[in-house]
Ligand binder design. Structure first.
Ligand SMILES: [Zn+2]
Length: 430
């Protein structure tokens, strides 16, 4: 069985045909033929996107998302692999749970699901979880994170960084000093002051990142910083990289586009919990610093932090509402809006930050490879020329907590191929 993708612009370059045979890119050229043809004139071909930070909620919160619905959303967003965060119920802190999540992903078949293992038992921050057993399991865990919570104990963080070296793992830190953010509701600044909401200071993120960079350098291990949200964090990571330390970082699409003043005044009113997220939306100056850092490589990756919540947890008063936003189905569109249409990144730059780098950091074999002969045929076809209103009613995710409802965004994912098999065609699940 062979498929030929006709006339796609690989990374935005000149139109070419891509011949796929047995799940692998066989040839790239002109006038190629295959058993089946997918017309792609005018479409951009990107390597299948890889998310380092997805919450699939299964096991335990299947009312918010399941592996099946979350991976459908991922495929529709152009993803061929996602890392599933460990803050499920039970927590993914044993070989048994990570293997369960990994198998559910295989059964669903919409994209590869790579489980993330918890750093500490039950995310309690007291004892290290069975990192080695998870690494040796069928799920081959390489990314470890207590995401949702910060590994705030410096000794535990040091031990985790030392431990993962044995299997080339990485600790992905949710940088949030817990005492500085007790009861925090939104970014600490002028808007929180006016609204009378407890502030979430930038220093609560920056202090942990600085400490962890120093710890990673001290023990010679790999650190990944989740969802960087402040200009100060960018400066610290830039400094750590200038020392040659093995530190990588991610930013979410929403932190590249949205600001904290939406809590005060937005198309959906004031105090709308759709904008409540961890870490919080920051200021315009932070957004500008994050965009510049993503452009110059200080921030390596765009990761969605797709965080589905059911309506009853989100459509409530601000203080009681859950933190988080869905993002898999809008990530590439938001990146086009914030980074490509602004001239900060070209499509090769997008491929690096949404496919190659996340696969490299996660040590994910078979993903994040250039579209060239011999590569696994993980390919996303994207129409960058359209602009459409965001319609959460059409989403595959079980949850609807998108902050973009009512906005227009550029772009549309037209097709996704996982090892040569279409998971999405004509913008719909294949
Ligand atoms: Zn987090």
């Amino acid at each position: 069985m062979s498929i030929v993708i006709k006339g796609a612009r690989i990374l935005g370059g000149e139109p070419a045909d891509i011949l796929i045979e047995d799940g692998v890119v066989a040839r790239i050229g002109q006038d190629l033929t295959g058993d089946e043809t997918v017309e792609a004139a005018g479409l951009i071909a990107l390597p299948g996107l890889v998310d380092l930070h997805t919450h699939l909620r299964e096991p335990g919160r299947e009312d918010a998302e399941t592996v099946e619905t979350g991976t459908r959303a991922a495929a529709l967003g152009g993803y061929t692999a996602v890392h599933a965060m460990a803050n499920t119920s039970p927590v993914a802190d044993t070989a048994g749970v990570v293997e369960q999540v990994w198998r559910l992903g295989q059964e669903a078949g919409h994209c590869d699901v790579q489980p993330v293992g918890a750093v500490t038992e039950g995310l309690a921050g007291e004892r290290l979880a069975e990192l080695g057993a998870m690494a040796d399991s069928a799920a081959r865990v390489r990314v470890f994170s207590d995401d949702g919570k910060c590994v705030s104990d410096a000794v535990l963080m040091r031990r985790a960084l030392e431990y993962v070296k044995a299997f080339d793992g990485v600790v992905a830190q949710h940088a949030q000093e817990p005492r500085l953010t007790a009861g925090a509701q939104m970014n600490e600044g002028a808007v929180s002051g006016r609204l009378g909401l407890t502030g979430w200071p930038a220093v609560a993120e920056e202090a942990i990142i600085a400490r962890d960079c120093l710890l990673a350098a001290h023990v010679g291990s790999r650190l990944h910083v989740c969802h960087v949200s402040t200009a100060g964090s960018v400066e610290i990571i830039r400094w750590a990289k200038s020392k040659g330390w093995d530190v990588t970082a991610e930013v979410t699409p929403h932190h590249l586009l949205l600001t904290d003043d939406l809590v005060e005044d937005s198309p959906v009113g004031a105090y709308n919990p759709i904008y409540k997220v961890n870490p919080p939306l920051r200021t315009r100056a932070d957004v500008e610093a994050l965009r510049a850092a993503l452009a110059d490589g200080t921030i390596d990756v765009v990761a969605t932090d797709h965080a589905p919540h059911p309506v009853e947890d989100k459509e409530t008063e601000w203080a009681a509402a859950a933190m988080g936003m869905i993002g898999l189905e809008t990530a590439l569109r938001v990146v086009q809006e914030a980074m490509v249409d602004t001239g900060l990144l070209d499509w090769a730059g997008v491929a690096e930050r949404m496919s190659y780098a996340p696969a490299r950091i996660g040590r994910l074999a078979g993903h994040g490879r250039p579209i060239e002969a011999g590569s696994p045929a993980n390919i996303t076809l994207y129409d960058a020329s359209v602009r459409e209103e965001v319609d959460p009613g059409s989403y595959a995710s079980k949850s609807r907590n998108t902050p973009y409802e009512g906005r227009t965004l550029p772009g549309r994912v037209v097709a996704t191929f996982l090892r040569g098999r279409p998971t999405v065609l004509d913008g719909k699940l294949a």
